[in-house]
Design a protein around this ligand. Sequence first.
Ligand code: GLC
Length: 728
Amino acid sequence: MERKAGNMKDVKIEQRIDALLSRMTLEEKAGQLHQAGGSLVGAFDMTIGDIFTMVEDGRMTREEAHKLLSESKRDWQEEDLRAGRIGSYIGITSAEEMNRLQHIAVEESRLGIPVFNGFDVIHGFRTITPIPLAESCAWEPALWERTARMSAEEASSAGIHMTFSPMVDVSKDPRWGRIAESAGEEALLNGLYGEAKVKGYQTEDLTRHDALAACVKHFAAYGAAEGGRDYNRVDMSPQRLEEEYLPSYERAVKAGAWAVMPAFNDISGVPCSVNRKLLTDILRRRWGFEGMTISDANAIAECINHGIAADRQDAARQALNAGMDMDMTSGCFLENLKTLVENGAVSVETLDEAVRHVLRLKFALGLFDDPYRSSAAQERAAMLTPAHRALAREAAQKSMVLLKNEGVLPLEKHMCVGLAGKLAFDGDEMSGTWAGFVKPGDCVSLSDAMHGASIAFVPVTEDMLPECDVFLCAVGEHKEESGEAASRARLELNETDLALLRRLRESGRPVIAVVFAGRPLCLGPVVEAADAILMAWHPGVEAGNAILDLLYGRVNPSAKLTAGFPVTTGQCPTLYYDHIMTGRPAGKFKFTSKYLDSPVEPLFPFGFGLSYTSFHYSDISAVQTEDGIHAEISVDNAGDWAGDEIVQCYFRDPVARRVRPVRKLAAFSKITLQPGESRRLSFEIPFQMLGYYDQDMHFCVDDGQIEIFIGGNVWDTEKADVILTRGE
Ligand code: GLC
């Protein structure tokens, strides 16, 4: 049965929860709300946080830390588990280990309540697919659901019950490293991405052994961190929060996600972890969410740093009273909830409600009736299968964006290639951030793929430019430069890459740049040096094969950007496409809104991407209907290649009670057209989508002119006007 927000309750299960609650002590209730991580045992007693600090201050290399974290035995605090002080785990990645610990919980604790185990399955578990920002460029919900299904099959076989995914944070600032984990700068795409992932992870029956509970994060507006600096403040109007940020979480929650993770950041001064307006008024009362909220790592304790809590007990009190159910690893709930109830700072009803949400999730997962989910044999059988690799390759083909092609692509197999750039030879860099459980050697590098396809190539070395027909040059970011705690104040390529590009340009031979990154970068020098540019992102285990599929024309590129690319870093954070006009829109006249030393337009706009064919748009029309606006357009494939085109439909409300964006994505359609084929497409834009909040927070839809734009990217469009007359 598909469970959506507002109908997660099953009468019989609620009765079983009541019965259990009536038997639980205060300690056991506090224990149910505590998520434990596996602390390190062996050579020394230190926390995982200590290790990160040692890497930061240079006392340990990243490689040493990775080795330590991946090889050290973990202490899963069995005694606490036996005593009912642990409600869930984070980070177990073996069916055997999970079953061993589950046995203690179910057979050796007083009430036999099973635990659930969460892990960051963000873009694959062992079969790593393209990072979310890349996959979002496919504009294909069906694909997003399929890769989520694959991730769930692999992760569930390794003893994982919940993934801390999908992340649907609208990300308009590429300085923020976590843009890599998002579906870019548009709420509609992030919402559709989240909805598809929830369905793919959970299926319609969460008790299935290959299902994962989804956890929508980071609620809310984490992507608006000031300055693109991770964990920094978020300060915005309630109108902007409602119009541009909350919709992506709402769609993912209403798809039936069983968990929601509040964000580290504050919103206008109130940290999300203790933000009752967010966690109770909006999430539960307005959206009808009946699942479980789980804090981000240590986030409850960090409310002390925020300056909103006096100490750990105060943080626990505020978080629980705001609507936080599960405490991820801080220990504040476990240490303090009994005392808080006894001194009346937290009511037993509030505590019970939080425990109920946790137990409801565990019943929904089927863990009470079927606590042991997988075995080592099933685990081995599920990982990195040929079918999974094939899907990862398809996702990568559909994620890579062709940004430039001055007649040099597709390549021909007989051509001799000069292969340049360290990233072309390093498969492990292809996995990108949050690469779950990938193993060294899992990822196919560009050079591996060329070997595999028997394509002749000669490496470009420091001091030698080989004889060749064309240069293939890999530039961009290492995976450590992307993701959490990886904000950048400069988005230009590093000097090594820039010097290499210049050297290849001076050879006079064709240069094709393949850019690996977890974010939009300033690619101006790449545009100058290269005849063709493929934005490959961090594409996962099938990186090299997918790149060759596109460069040699086995697949026609179709991906389109879901975040604009800057000319200069200084354009951030005003680079996003759905900006407002201002009273003095940028123009030639001095006194207009622009920079002295940079354009205001992006280098590559939202929705942009090239193909080996060309698509022409004509005969746009738009009329008002009973429910909104009906728009139509004709699209022709005017080239020699069959190809997929992502047709985008935008609108603008040119006169409103608050200033409105110059463009807003309303709908899109991905179609396949044979050479010479033409298609008439239609789009329905409901009135709700045209609406916005006025100065007094009243939701309104205006009568009057609405401009409709349809085309192959946000600025390359046909235009039609509609005059709405709804008489309201
Ligand atoms: C991290 C991230 C969050 C992740 C969690 C567990 O700090 O903010 O996205 O799910 O901790 O790893």
